[in-house]
Design a binder for this molecule. Structure first.
Ligand code: KG4
Ligand code: ZN
Length: 342
């Protein structure tokens, strides 16, 4: 099946053409990051307006790059939530209009379901697997038993990992979004320079808490102000990143051990982090785990990942009707109810 996928949940307008939920014919991402950087974070109203301007050109480009016409498309998948409601609605209205005009089946997709399954675009991964989903809005550990079958094992009790990266970057005077900047500066820093706390590391759960770690960085900076460039800045970045990565890797591996599932997938924007990729790879070798990371372009927001579950649902005739509406919050565990009656 040839699926057109559309993603507009936050500050990326994206469209992709994917065959059989595995083969990417095209994937176009228009990032608004530069627009929001001026404000130090995503401004929802501006995001919606930019999506409105970009959505049609982005879809046209995806069709052109994939060398397909709209008439070749057999189904449409669109991010339904979670995300910014005004941003989601742009993708959803466009998808509905196209589906209605072309009489195509349409399905609304959970954004995190896309992140978890993006790995299938590049690797063959058997179910079940443990998934660590780390993005700007999510830090969750799931047991993934199959398409639509997700069980939350743990989650952040406050900030998401990406949010913590971005907030600490802001404290350090770095530009938004700061995760990538911290990653870059950490490369030449000493990870042992400052021993920041590792909240909930040994609490026996698969939950996370990053707000205390962020406050610890703030307190440290108040006591020992850091110049805007130089080795001390790099040391803080490396020390903070190491603390986050140690927590994430420890919990993901503990979930694998507790469930007896030896396969781990790391997904979401923070999965681009070089320190996390290295720490997870090292621990996976020690623990004898099969580890998968999508390549960076498929970790951050894109539409190809939305086509993966999209193709599965459309193939099983699980579709959304014309009442399809944005769901700013949407628990992933409820996806299994879609399988009933399929
Ligand atoms: O998945 P994503 O693209 O969008 C959401 O669904 O949130 O994730 C964006 C988050 C941002 O917080 C960004 O700072 C973070 O991923 N991020 C990184 C890196 N690249 C992106 N965090 C740490 N290191 C990176 N290299
Ligand atoms: Zn995302």
């Amino acid at each position: 099946m040839l699926v057109l996928a559309i993603e507009s949940s936050c500050d990326e307008t994206a469209a992709a053409v994917v065959r059989d939920g595995r083969e990417i014919l095209s994937s176009v991402v228009y990032s608004q990051v530069a627009v929001h950087a001026e404000y130090g974070g995503v401004v929802p109203e501006i995001a919606s307006r930019r999506h409105l301007e970009a959505i049609v050109p982005v879809i046209s480009e995806a069709l052109a790059k994939g060398s397909v016409a709209l008439a070749d498309i057999e189904g449409i998948a669109v991010t339904q939530g979670p995300g910014l409601v005004g941003a989601l609605l742009v993708g959803i209205s466009t998808a509905k209009a196209l589906a209605y005009a072309r009489r195509l089946p349409l399905v609304g997709i959970h954004h995190i379901e896309g992140h978890l399954l993006a790995v299938l675009l590049e690797h063959q991964v058997e179910f079940p697997f443990i998934a660590l989903a780390v993005s700007g809005g999510h830090t969750h550990i799931y047991r993934v038993d199959g398409f639509a079958r997700y069980v939350t094992l743990g989650q952040t009790l406050d900030d998401a990992a990406g949010e913590a990266f971005d907030k600490v970057a802001k404290l350090l005077g770095l530009s938004y979004p700061g995760g990538m900047e911290i990653d870059r500066l950490a490369v030449s820093g000493d990870p042992r320079a400052v021993r920041f706390p590792r909240p909930l590391l040994h609490d026996g759960t698969f939950n996370f808490s990053f707000s205390g770690l962020k406050t610890a960085v703030l307190n440290h900076l108040r006591q020992y102000p850091v110049p805007p460039t130089g080795v001390r800045l790099n040391d803080i970045c490396a020390s903070f990143q190491t603390a986050v990565c140690e927590i994430l890797t420890h919990k993901a591996c503990a979930a694998a051990a507790a469930t007896g599932i030896g396969r781990v997938v790391v997904a979401g924007g923070v999965a681009c982090n070089s320190g996390l990729r290295r720490a997870m790879s090292e621990l996976a070798v020690t623990a004898g785990l099969e580890l998968h990371f999508p390549s960076p372009g498929l970790c951050s927001d894109n539409a190809a990942m939305i086509a993966v579950p999209g193709d599965f649902y459309l193939e099983h005739r699980i579709t959304s009707n014309r009442e399809l509406d944005a769901l700013p919050t949407w628990p992933l565990d409820t996806m299994a109810t879609r399988l009933k009656g399929a």
